[in-house]
Design a protein around this ligand. Structure first.
Ligand code: FAD
Length: 335
């Protein structure tokens, strides 16, 4: 009887393993796979089973070809339809849900980016499953680790759902590397051509020569201590440029209009984990720490020696930023 049970459970396991398959939804911009999507492929690989990359949008053949070269990708599902450009969720979510159903995928992963946060909850609702958000580790195909309470606690969640809709914290997984062998690119036959509930009119993108905040290896962030926008613009860009860093900001600085919303770091902004994170005039509220505490080296400049930022900082300077930042910038420029 025991032997029969064992062979049955092995058979069940074999069936489950065989069916295990993950769809990795890729974001793209300017004809290239977005760097922020690459860690979600690594998460998909960690789940196990074959990984199918999903690419949709007009003129996305080059993106599909690039995706086919990524290590860990076994197939690319391509929907070359302009209705899915710009990741408009009203169009994209039904497309994705139908492709998930048609492909029988057990897992669907996407970056925990603005795109992923917009699309995946809608897909979860359409599939009537509960989303597993912002995972930082894969324990096994059903068990995932994710931060809760703004990163103050770490939950390990076990799913018994047939389809797992997952968003991935980019800083927790290594980006998938470009591999040597090309996976096949298959054109999806599922294109629900959902009614055009919304139409793309235009976009006004902030242009910057600086590295992208989400993927930069160095970030300098300014807070309310800078006092106003004029000071933010006067002190932060020269410091960033001297270091070759991206600029970030606290929510207080964003809310006060010192910096654009896209620069916000924290619980309700971007989560970053650069090699160097420098906080200037930022107190270190837990909601800010939630977005940067995994940085390799944290440096802080604050005039208050008791500011909580110093509890997480590797290097701290208790000083008036209006004196310290120009001095530091000049020294860095001289190097
Ligand atoms: P403050 O807390 O006012 O700190 C300013 C610091 O500057 C002080 O430590 C002060 O000593 C220092 N300073 C002042 N003058 C000088 C000077 N001349 N030289 C040197 N230092 C000086 N915050 C985020 O940042 N990101 C988020 O995503 C985020 N999400 C949130 C979500 C929720 C639901 C809530 C409730 C809050 C959120 N917050 C977030 C807000 C957060 O609680 C803090 O209010 C915010 O981070 C404070 O920003 P700050 O450190 O710039 O400002």
């Amino acid at each position: 009887l025991r032997a029969l049970r064992t062979s049955r459970s092995n058979a069940t396991y074999a069936t489950v393993s065989r069916l295990l398959s993950t769809l990795a939804v890729l974001e793209h911009r300017g004809g290239k796979v977005s760097a922020g999507s690459l860690p979600s492929i690594s998460a998909a690989v960690a789940i196990g089973g074959p990984v199918t990359a999903f690419v949709a949008g007009a003129d996305s053949a080059a993106v599909a070809a690039e995706a086919a070269k990524l290590e860990g990708v076994s197939k690319v599902l391509h929907v070359p339809n302009g209705a899915y450009d710009k990741g408009m969720p009203e169009n994209f979510a039904p497309l994705l849900a139908e492709n998930i159903k048609a492909g029988g995928f057990t897992h669907v992963v996407c970056a925990h980016s603005a795109f992923g946060k917009n699309i995946m909850p809608r897909v979860s609702a359409l599939l009537d499953v509960q989303q597993i958000s912002d995972i930082t580790a894969v324990k096994d195909q059903n068990t995932f680790v994710r931060p809760i309470y703004a990163g103050n606690a770490i939950a390990t969640v076990k799913s018994s759902q047939a389809t797992n809709v997952i968003t991935v914290r980019g800083t927790a997984f290594a980006p998938a590397a470009e591999g040597s062998n090309a996976a096949p690119v298959e054109q999806s036959t599922v294109d629900p051509n959902a009614p055009q509930l919304c139409e793309w009119v235009e976009e006004n993108l902030a242009k910057s020569e600086r590295p992208d905040l989400a993927t930069a290896s160095k970030v300098v962030s300014g807070g309310r201590g800078l006092k106003d926008k004029e000071n933010f613009d006067k002190y932060m860009p020269p410091l960033a440029d001297a270091l070759g860093a991206a600029i970030g900001a606290s929510r207080a600085a964003v809310d006060a209009g010192f910096a654009d919303n896209s620069l916000q770091v924290g619980q309700t902004g971007k989560v970053v984990a650069p090699q160097l994170y420098m906080a200037v005039g930022i107190s270190g509220a837990i909601q800010h720490l939630a977005g940067m505490k995994d940085s390799k080296v944290i440096a802080a400049i604050n005039k208050d020696a008791d500011a909580p930022i110093f509890q997480v900082a590797d290097v701290g300077l208790v000083a008036d930023l209006f004196t310290a930042v120009p001095e530091l910038t000049t020294k860095l420029e001289a190097e």
